[in-house]
Design a protein around this ligand. Structure first.
Ligand code: ADP
Ligand code: MG
Length: 233
């Protein structure tokens, strides 16, 4: 990667505001003007009380939702200038998601779940898809259960499959919304360690929403959202 692109933040937010119920008596502004840079290769924790707007912000960064005003730059591209098709493509190729609920297809095996984004995208040669999915599962320590049904796996294993799936398209950014929220502390540690390893090995940037301070302290930096604004500290 050349020096210029290495300096362009993966995410650059300018004055992001998000309101709900616009034009009705219950109109409410949830995000009050968020500025944020997420640097290439950074492993960032986002904390804040329930209802402070963390998921709203993550969904805007992940191009699943549009801000009411302000700009989201992904790898230097101002997404406000993009149409729906370009947004979908950028989301599919640049961003991987891991949620609190794994969102795996329970009737598919672990391997099939990881293959799915590559099959849907059609940019990958079909012979390469199975191989890449198997390699990603191996990286997550799941080679031995690649053919198990997702529904029969433990919560920790399911989250590791979800991480492998998020990595399938070679995203430069992984957004994880309380990825360890449903896990016991040992599984949570394993999941965090695996994300950290991917971050170190591949330079993938991570933004992880968590309520777990111990886990957040293992990240490069912690930012905190309170009442729809970032508090520095
Ligand atoms: P967090 O993830 O920090 O718990 P959220 O981003 O989910 O917070 O929610 C922030 C606030 O926005 C909450 O008060 C929530 O009720 C409200 N909210 C979220 N989604 C909607 C929606 N679609 N319509 C109205 N209010 C919403
Ligand atoms: Mg949330």
């Amino acid at each position: 990667m050349d020096k210029v692109s290495a300096r362009v933040p993966v995410v650059h937010l300018q004055a992001i505001k998000r309101s709900y119920n616009i034009g009705t008596p219950s109109e409410i502004e949830i995000l009050h003007g968020i500025d944020l840079d997420l640097h290439r290769g950074e492993f960032l924790a986002l904390m804040g009380p329930s209802g402070s707007g963390k998921s709203t912000l993550l969904n805007i960064i992940g191009l699943l939702d549009r801000a009411t005003s302000g700009h989201v730059f992904i790898n230097g591209t101002d997404t406000a200038s993009l149409g729906d098709a370009a947004i979908t493509r950028l989301r599919g190729h640049a961003i991987g998601f891991v949620f609190q609920e794994h969102h795996l297809i329970s009737a598919f095996t672990a391997l099939e779940n990881v293959m799915m984004p590559m099959i849907v995208d059609r940019d990958f040669a079909s012979s390469a898809i199975r191989e890449r999915a198997a390699a990603l599962l191996e990286k997550m320590g799941l080679a031995h259960v690649a053919d198990h049904m997702a529904s029969n796996m433990s919560g920790g294993e399911q989250q590791r499959v979800a991480i492998a799936r998020a990595l399938a398209m070679r995203a430069s950014l992984i957004l994880a919304d309380e990825p360890t929220g449903n896990l016991d502390s040992q599984s949570a540690d394993t999941v965090l360690e695996l994300m950290r390893q991917v971050n170190k090995d591949e330079g993938t940037s991570f933004l992880i929403v968590t309520h777990n301070l111990e886990l957040a302290q293992k990240c490069d930096r912690i930012i905190t959202l309170a009442d729809g604004a970032l508090v520095t500290g």
